[in-house]
Ligand binder design. Structure first.
Ligand code: GLN
Length: 533
């Protein structure tokens, strides 16, 4: 008998930022721990084709998949919690749906028909929710998180697609609705009315939630849960609490204790055999709880927003825990760094990450930070633009090219130590046109990077247009900055390091995209270790 694929739809109500991504990732994690094959995908109701062209202030970090799709940062949670590799099929926007349908219309595929939101847009949404034509192996569960909040005009076609799929799939489709239960201080009461309204809104679209996850800052007693259950037509054991946790990594265990996974299995008619294999996760949590040391790491960047460097923050936190340390992260605005204040701004930091980014703003501050940490032997990790700034600083201060720069910042620079990649010179379109996704990188044996990885060839993900200019390679190497990671096909420099320094490494790629809870990235591990000692 062919095994069935089940579909879990995660929607949110009342307010945004409830942590739907974490709940989706936690469900994926728990089902996986029960031996099921799972994927998690995000459907976003905005018109951009992908978040690649969005300013981080709009949408936080842009996460990149192995196959080079620029996606929502929630995919980072999915990968960190489950270790699965997401692809371009896991991130869909209204823009992409419409583009597919409109391109089809222009090709004449609809044979003169009127193209409408229902059924053409909703059919395309359903097609992607079902993951038809992806060519992938059998999945037991497809978890689909829908961005935005119930009642938004723009998410209506997604809700209609979910309504139709639930009708079509019967018990193979489950809706988990996440809402917020506020605490009113003056009344000293938790309020469930917004949840009731949100569920009514959902029901008015023809979707009855199977499971409610209530985000609360305080504990909700059983009487309140009972009230929610009876007002919303949901079983009492399907009213789950998502209380504030000291760490997002506690969420799967909290969901497990409340039976969120078993509720889903019961609803879909899948077997519930014993307990899930959560030992490695629990071991990680034990490490998290018992970490004794503290390490302070500064993020030098231009976006003063938690979500802008999400995967870097998580990668550092995880690597810290595996090194028995709680990582304190401090944002240091590179736009405000001057030669006079750099030692003050960086004071007390055990290590510095020079963050990725685009454009001129804040780059001189990054260069000053790189100079300070190099000359004061403070562990430093430069990522993408951060690596490029390390290279420019070295060219200015050690090679003596005072005007060295990247062609991105100064098109006329006579010492273009960072230059536009050859294949980028003819590119005019903005979205999805960078060097994106996974490429191999060969490591020089004996280098600190190779030692950290314990391997000679690695695969890492990229998102950039500019590169190290190989014309200068020999000069850099002679003066002490080694190009220890190189792409074997294109000879692009992927890693530089100053080996005489305690820890001074820059990567053209983004190691933060592949660091997971159970497999923290070797470079972050090695960097954290250097920061601690
Ligand atoms: N702006 C730089 C480039 O395009 C670096 C990009 C990044 O940091 N992701 O090469």
């Amino acid at each position: 008998m062919e095994r069935q694929t089940n579909y879990i739809f995660i929607t949110g109500g009342v307010v945004s930022s409830l942590g739907k991504g974490i709940i989706s990732a936690s469900i994926g994690n728990l089902l996986q721990a029960r031996g099921y094959k799972v994927t998690i995908q995000k459907f976003d109701p905005y018109i951009n084709i992908d978040p690649g062209t969005l300013n981080p202030y709009e949408h936080g970090e842009c996460y990149v998949t192995m196959d080079g799709m620029e996606t929502d940062l929630d995919l980072g949670h999915y990968e960190r919690f489950t270790g699965i590799h997401t692809t371009r099929n896991n991130s869909v926007t209204t823009g992409r749906i419409y583009k597919t349908v409109i391109d089809r219309e222009r090709r004449g595929d609809y044979l003169g028909k009127t193209i409408q939101v229902v059924p053409h847009i909703t059919d395309e949404i359903k097609h992607r929710m079902l993951r038809e034509d992806t060519g992938e192996e059998h999945l037991d569960f497809v978890i689909t998180e829908v961005g935005g909040t119930i009642g938004d005009i723009e998410s209506a076609p997604f809700m209609e697609a979910i309504r139709q799929l639930r009708w079509q799939l019967g018990r193979r489709a489950v809706n988990v609705h996440l809402t917020y239960v506020p605490y009113l201080k003056a009344a000293e009461e938790m309020k469930t009315k917004p949840t009731q309204h949100s569920v009514k809104e959902l029901q008015s679209m023809g979707v009855q939630p199977d499971i409610l996850v209530l985000r609360t800052e305080r504990h909700l007693d059983d009487a309140m849960r009972m009230k929610v259950a009876s007002f919303c037509n949901v079983d009492l054991d399907c009213v789950i609490l998502s209380e504030d946790m000291p760490s997002i990594y506690e969420v799967p265990v909290s969901m497990l204790h409340q039976g969120l996974d078993t509720a889903i299995l019961r609803k879909t008619g899948m077997p519930v055999d014993g307990a899930p294999a959560m030992q490695s996760w629990q071991d990680f949590l034990d490490k998290l709880h018992s970490a004794t040391r503290e390490v302070c790491i500064g993020l030098v960047g231009k976006y003063d927003l938690q979500d802008a460097y999400k995967s870097i923050r998580e990668s550092l936190t995880l690597a810290g825990i595996y090194n028995d340390a709680k990582v304190q992260l401090r944002f240091i605005n590179s736009e405000q760094i001057t030669r006079e204040n750099v030692s003050d701004r960086l004071a007390g930091m055990d290590g510095i990450v020079i963050c990725p980014g685009f454009g001129q703003r804040g780059t001189e501050g990054k260069i000053l930070a790189a100079e300070y940490t190099r000359t004061h032997d403070i562990p430093t990790f430069g990522i993408c633009l951060g690596m490029q700034m390390m290279v420019i600083e070295f060219a200015r201060d050690v090679l003596g090219y005072e005007d060295a720069n990247s062609r991105e910042m100064d098109e006329q620079t006579p010492h273009n130590v960072i230059d536009l990649m050859e294949e980028q010179k003819t590119v005019t379109q903005k979205g999805g046109t960078m060097r994106l996704g996974a490429y191999p990188c060969e490591l020089r044996s004996g280098s600190r990077a190779a030692e950290a990885y314990g391997e000679s060839c690695v695969i890492e993900r990229h998102r950039h247009r500019y590169e190290f200019n190989n014309v200068y390679k020999e000069e850099f190497e002679q003066k002490g900055m080694q190009c220890v990671g190189v792409n074997p096909q294109a000879s692009l420099v992927e890693i530089v390091e100053v080996s005489s320094h305690r820890w001074y490494i820059g990567t053209q790629f983004h190691p933060e995209y592949v660091s997971t809870v159970l497999h923290p990235h070797p470079l972050f591990m090695s960097f954290c270790k250097a920061c601690i000692h």
